[in-house]
Every structure is written in structure tokens, then in C-alpha cells.
Design a protein around this ligand. Sequence first.
Ligand SMILES: [Zn+2]
Length: 294
Amino acid sequence: MGCDGGTIPKRHELVKGPKKVEKVDKNAALAARWKYCALSTEKLRRPIVTCDLGRLYNKDAVIEFLLDKSADRPNSEVVSHLRGIKDIKELNLTDNPAWEGERRNTKGDRYEDMHCAMFICPVVGLEMNGKHRFCFLRTCGCVFSDRALKEVKTEICHKCGDPFKEEDLVVLNGTKEEVEKLRKIMEEKRAKAKATKKIQTPPKPFLQRAKLQQKMAKTAASQSLDPLVLPAPPRWSNPWQHPEAWRNPGARGPSSPWKRSRRPTNLSSPATVQPSAPKPRRPTGLPTPPTTSK
Ligand SMILES: [Zn+2]
């Protein structure tokens, strides 16, 4: 039963055990969330945006997704809660002066330090590399470390000076529990917004009626007329539209006092009428008026 050479195989050499689950380095996975876009998995580069759940994305990747949500792309479940551009917030990040950018390792001959982050906390200088908790403000989008917010109690943003409240703070790349909490807050906020919108917006027919009334009142005010007795529009503004016009080109439509009263008086005088004045344009589709020879 032995192999050649008289060796005796052991059980683990013959029996296949369950597949070993590939262990992902926990630190590397955490660091990756701060370095790569959650949607496109490309390296994060400005402009960087976040959502109500505190994930980091490249803005162009999110916009591409929003423009065509139906397209089949990987990782789309990460952004399924985004309805439009209003659901993302551009982050105001602070560059890490120690970060040398991508050019440092173009040859690939240098050790890439996983913990050298692109951004830091503007208050205490902690690097945004996944080792420390970071938050952003819903109001202005500025990003700070949790430590800065705990150490320096403030009601205005450290970076831009905008006032904020406790509930405007959102943790970036939080734990599973924190993300669930944020999702709950987001859903409550959306339900509330929907309810208030329903109350504030009156039904459409009512709106249209109100608009019309407003317009009528405005017209009446500009012409200093009673809004209830608005002048009737001219019935035959174009003489050729009158059914009798083709029979007698000299005859204009039924006289319209409304129009005549607004016509300049000198036009009605025959002396000012130019003989070469162009004839009024006849609308197509009507019989040709008989030409009168002089
Ligand atoms: Zn700010």
C-alpha cells in the first residue's frame, strides 16, 4: 500500500479536506476602504464624495452610475441607496504633506507603505489610513478625526467655520452596526421628507386654477381694468381668415372695436397709407383672392 520507496502516505495526503477559506488580511481590507472607491474600486482621487452611509467614492464613478442605473456593473449593490446627485456629498479633505503621490513608486521598486495616507485630520494630524475613526459633517463636507472632535468641543466646523449640530456628524467607513444605524437614519429622513412634501404641495388642479387667477389679476392691474370684464380677443385678426374675404378682398372681417381702439390713429387716415405697402400675407390653404386691375 506504500508509495515507491517504501513510504507510507498519511491520511491528510490522500483525503481532500474542506477548501481552506482564503483569509483576507483584516488590516489590508480596512486600509483598502480608505484608499479605493467603493464603487469602481479604483484609487480614490479628488473629487471624492460620500453618501448617507459614509462610504467613499470617486465622484465620476457615482455620476456614471446615476446617469445609467440600468447598466450591469459590479459593485452596484454598494450604491443601490443612491437616488440622485442630492444623495452624495463632496468631501472637503486635508492633504497629507507626507504623501508623495503615485510618482514615488512608479518603478515599483519601493515598498508601498499601506499606512501612509493621502489625507489627514486638519486638527490633530492623524492619518486617514483606516486605523482611526473619521467623521464628516453633513453641512459642509469637512472631514475630521474622531479624536479631534472629542478633544476640541465645538459647534462650528474646525476647517471652514460653518455651524453644525451633533446629528450632522456621520462616521466614515464605520463598522457594520454603525452603517446599519446610518441606514435607519437615512430611511427615517427620507420618509419624513416625503410626508412633508405631500402636505406642502397642494393638488395640481388647485395650483393651475390659482395660477390662472393670479395671471388674470396681473393683466387687469396692468391695464387698470376690472378683471371680470376683460376685453374679448379680436375674432378676425387676419382679414384673409374671414370666410367672405376671398370674395371681396376689400372687405375686412367684422369690425372689432377692441382692436380699433388700440390702433394708432394716424394709420386709419388714407393719406398715410403707402401704395407700395406690402399686402397682408395670405395664409396658405385658402382660395386665392381675385386680383383687381386698376
Ligand atoms: Zn466645514
